[in-house]
Design a protein around this ligand. Structure first.
Ligand code: SF4
Length: 324
C-alpha cells in the first residue's frame, strides 16, 4: 500500500437554515455527517452518490473552501482544519480542483494563455513573463490542445476544450492532489471518454492523485482504484473497484448499480433492477437509525432504531449495514 496522502476522519459539515440577522435559526442541514476515508498517493478514489448526498461538500471541506463543523483532514501530514491562513495559502497550491462547468470557472475576459499563467504568477512559480507564456503553451500541449489556443478566449472553445484548459490550469501548480468535481457530467458522452482518458494519461505521466466526485457510476468504474459510496451525508460502503462493482454489500450500492445499463441487451433484459421507493429524505430531518431504512428493500426492525457502524466485512471492503 502506498503512502497516505489525505486522511479524512469524522468529517462533519452542518449548515444552519433560517438564521439571518433578524430571524432565528430554524434547523440544521446535515450535509456531511461523520465521513472518514484515506486517499493514497497515486490512486484515484471515486466518491459517488446521488445529488445532495454530501459528496461535493466533502470535496469543498477538503479544499478548505468550506470550514468543517468538526472532524480532521490531514493532507501530506498537515492538519488542515487548524492550519493558519498563511500556511494554508502555501499548501493550497498542492491541492487543485477541476470543476463540473469549466465555462463558469474561466474568466471570459482573459485569454486562455493568461488564465493558465495567472496561478504561475500569483504563486511566483514562474517569475519571468516569457517563461510563463512558454510554460502555458507547454501545458496546453500536455492536455491535447495547441500552443496557439493560448491566444483564444474561453467562448471560442468547445466544452471539451474548455475542460482541458481547466485541467491545464490545475496542472500548472504541479499539485499532489486534484479534486475532480463532476468533471465530465456537463459534457457530451463522446467527449466524456476523451477527458477521462486524458486524466488517466496525466496521472500516469505526473503521478497525480485524484479524488473523483461523480454521480455516474460507469464513469467512476472506469477511472477509480477504490470507491466510496455516500448516502445522505454518510459513507455507506468503501471498497476497491472490483469488489464494489462485482460484489456490493450495501443495499443502496446494489440499487445504484442495478440502475446502470449494461451494453449487452440479453444480459440487460435478464438482470434484476432494484427500484427504490420514495425520494432521498431531507438532510434537514434525516431518518432515525440507518438513514437508508425508509427506502431499503431489506430493512428489518433494528434498522429504524440503531445506526449501523461502517465495518470492515472483508479485507479493505467496508459497509454500514446491519445485514452485511
Ligand atoms: Fe437496509 Fe438495515 Fe442495512 Fe440500512 S442497516 S441498509 S436499512 S438492511
Amino acid at each position: 500500500m502506498s503512502e497516505t496522502l489525505l486522511e479524512v476522519r469524522d468529517l462533519v459539515k452542518h449548515f444552519p437554515v433560517g438564521g439571518g440577522v433578524l430571524s432565528k435559526k430554524t434547523g440544521i442541514v446535515r450535509a456531511v455527517d461523520g465521513v472518514s476515508f484515506d486517499l493514497h498517493r497515486g490512486e484515484t478514489l471515486g466518491l459517488v452518490g446521488e445529488s445532495g448526498c454530501g459528496k461535493t461538500t466533502t470535496g469543498r471541506c477538503i479544499l478548505q473552501l468550506e470550514r468543517p463543523t468538526s472532524g480532521t483532514i490531514r493532507f501530506q501530514g498537515e492538519e488542515l482544519t487548524t492550519l493558519p491562513p498563511t500556511a494554508m495559502r502555501k499548501l493550497r497550491r498542492h491541492m487543485q480542483v477541476i470543476f463540473q462547468d469549466p465555462y463558469s470557472s474561466l474568466n471570459p475576459r482573459m485569454t486562455i494563455g493568461q488564465i493558465i499563467e495567472e496561478p504561475l504568477k500569483v504563486h511566483a512559480i514562474v517569475t519571468e513573463a516569457p517563461a510563463r507564456a512558454e510554460r502555458a503553451r507547454d501545458l496546453l500541449t500536455q492536455v491535447g490542445l495547441l500552443p496557439q489556443h493560448a491566444k483564444r478566449y474561453p467562448h471560442q472553445l468547445s466544452g471539451g476544450q474548455r475542460q482541458r484548459v481547466g485541467i491545464a490550469r490545475a496542472l500548472a501548480m504541479e499539485p499532489a492532489l486534484i479534486v475532480c468535481d463532476e468533471p465530465v457530467s456537463a459534457l457530451d458522452v463522446s467527449i466524456q471518454a476523451q477527458i477521462v482518458n486524458l486524466l488517466e494519461d496525466l496521472q500516469g505521466r505526473f503521478g497525480l492523485t485524484y479524488l473523483f466526485i461523480a454521480h455516474d457510476l460507469s464513469v467512476v468504474r472506469h477511472i477509480s482504484d477504490r470507491v466510496v459510496v455516500m448516502y445522505l451525508g454518510k459513507v455507506v460502503e468503501i471498497a476497491d473497484r472490483t469488489s464494489l462493482y462485482e460484489a456490493p454489500l450495501h443495499p443502496y450500492t446494489r440499487a445504484l448499480l442495478s440502475a446502470v445499463p449494461i451494453p449487452d441487451p440479453k444480459l440487460e433484459a435478464r438482470r434484476e433492477h432494484i427500484v427504490l421507493r420514495g425520494e432521498v429524505p431531507s438532510p434537514l430531518n434525516p431518518p432515525s437509525g440507518c438513514v437508508f431504512h425508509p427506502r431499503c428493500p431489506v430493512a428489518i426492525a433494528r434498522c429504524a432504531a440503531e445506526v449501523p457502524a461502517l465495518r470492515e466485512i472483508t479485507p479493505g471492503h467496508c459497509a454500514a449495514c446491519h445485514l452485511a
